[in-house]
Design a protein around this ligand. Structure first.
Ligand code: 5AD
Ligand code: SF4
Length: 474
């Protein structure tokens, strides 16, 4: 009988991608993915270490898993528990010491060795003896060892093209947990993209901790930047949409900016973290750009792609941040305007330079600042969503709503769009007339809904040139 694998993912999209690859690695060994802990033979928590809260969640989840493991033992089954990802990388043996029922601990660079680790962990008779810990940064490239065949099927796919970070922002653990920057060769990326398209993907999101620092070997053996890679990807038949995340302002080079104006498949939505609007804070963060540099980059992007919408990350209460500096951040937000954003209270991470600075900000001040900042960002998000009312957008339906008869998909600007639609439209790009804009989503009416009809368009047209088709027979 097939064994069951349950992977719970925390944190960023890189982890979502890694979790899917873990399932791929285990598939040839008879492990089938399931989406509950109950009945699982192997449970993996793919963890995030970016803020303290994310790390704490892992230990409380392990507490709950202990009961599942005991229950499985009472039923005469063996349930292995693995901790993967950045907490595993950062805390290693410490996890097994704190939570001895953990059988495996492995980092983001070693999960291609998972089958071998599982065999070793199963050898721990009765769960006794030390757990298997593998948090190396191995010399081999894990991508060379991952199976080409993926169980992932979906209209919207993630493709990891770059990992790690050499930038050492003073608040961030990523350079320590994910290691030095590394870019996959363009050939490997293009091959994986072709396989994803063959499996039904029409949208690919390129992933990397610093995705626009991409500098992989090109087809001509020269280093290619992200702009060049995107132009080549855009030529793959069947690929309608390209996105990339997450970027650093320092790596928005001229070619990548130009690509936003020249490649129609490159979607008009960009996540570009700025963290702060104060030059002094940006310098203390080691971001190596000023607030005006960021403004200029946005101006250049909007000059070539006027409908470009921005998302960003902000940290409030970085050590030494005064009221005046916080106000600079609010000013930048008002000037640039964001369609969407993530904002966080600064969280001191052990081992990072900012954690040992004396001038830490009291939690109450951080909370007040976060609230003020989010008020503006939320208002901007609602205004952006409402600005789309009356437009027609191509929506890539990729999931069912909990409301019967409704599907949910994404428009070009990453907004979730809800519409009444038959299930057979899942996986298709369909024109939707937007009728309402809410805090976190849009709703509208499907204009064309015959996925077999040649008229299904892949890009938005003004409402005047779209003609609703009669519904196709179910
Ligand atoms: N405290 C708060 N937020 C952080 N981030 C990264 N490290 C920290 C930290 N120590 C945020 C940054 C980054 C996002 C992924 O998480 O805004 O862009
Ligand atoms: Fe962390 Fe800065 Fe690297 Fe982003 S660029 S991963 S915030 S160190």
């Amino acid at each position: 009988m097939a064994k069951k694998l349950f992977v719970k993912t925390y944190g960023c999209q890189m982890n979502v991608y890694d979790s899917a690859r873990m399932a791929d690695v285990m598939a040839p060994h008879g492990y089938e993915p399931i989406d509950t802990v109950e009945g699982a033979d192997l449970v993996i928590l793919n963890t995030c270490h970016i803020r303290e809260k994310a790390t704490e969640k892992v230990y409380s989840e392990l507490g709950r898993l202990r009961q599942n493991k005991d229950q499985a033992a009472r039923e005469g089954r063996r349930m292995l528990i693995g901790v993967a990802g950045c907490v595993a990388q950062a805390e290693g043996d410490e996890i097994v010491r704190r939570a001895p029922m953990v059988d495996l601990v492995f980092g983001p660079q070693t999960y291609h060795r998972l089958p071998e680790m599982v065999v070793r962990a199963l050898d721990r008779t009765g769960g006794r003896g030390a757990g298997v810990v593998d948090t190396d940064f191995p010399a081999e490239d894990k991508f060379d060892f991952l199976p080409e065949e993926s169980a992932e099927r979906g209209a919207s796919a993630f493709l990891s093209i770059q990992e790690g970070c050499d930038k050492f922002c003073t608040f961030c653990v990523v350079p320590y947990t994910r290691g030095a920057e590394f870019s996959r060769p363009a050939r490997a990326v293009l091959d994986e993209a072709r396989r994803m398209i063959a499996n039904g993907a029409s949208e690919i999101t390129l992933l990397g901790q610093n995705v626009n620092a991409y500098h992989g070997a090109g087809l001509d053996d020269r280093d290619w930047g992200l702009g060049r890679l995107i132009r080549h990807l855009a030529e793959l038949p069947g690929l309608e949409r390209i996105r990339y995340t997450t970027s650093h302002p320092r790596d928005m080079d001229a070619d990548l900016i130009a690509a936003h104006g020249e490649v129609p498949a490159l979607m008009p939505f960009l996540h570009l973290p700025v963290q702060s609007g104060s030059d002094r804070v940006l310098e203390a963060m080691n971001r190596k750009h000023s607030a005006d540099d960021f403004r200029r980059i946005v101006d250049r992007l909007r000059a070539v792609r006027p409908d470009l919408a921005l998302s960003s990350d902000f940290i409030v209460g970085f050590p030494g941040e005064g009221d005046a500096e916080f106000v600079e951040t609010l000013r930048l937000i008002r000037e640039v305007t964001f369609a969407q954003a993530y904002s966080f209270k600064y969280s001191a991470r052990p081992g990072t330079p900012a954690a040992s600075v004396e001038d830490q900000i009291p939690d109450q001040v951080k909370s007040d600042r976060l609230q003020a900042l989010q008020q503006i960002l939320n208002a901007q998000q609602v205004a952006f969503n409402r600005s789309k009312i009356g437009s027609v957008q191509p929506v890539l339906f990729d999931r069912k709503s909990h409301k019967p008869g409704q599907l949910i998909g994404r428009g070009p600007w990453m907004q979730s769009v809800h519409a009444e639609a038959p299930e057979r439209l899942l996986g298709h790009l369909i024109d939707v007339r937007i009728e309402d804009g809410h805090a976190n989503s849009l709703s509208g009416t499907v204009l064309r809904h015959d996925p077999d009809a040649s008229e299904i368009r892949q890009t938005g047209l003004p409402p005047s040139v779209t003609h609703p088709l009669p519904p196709a027979a179910e």
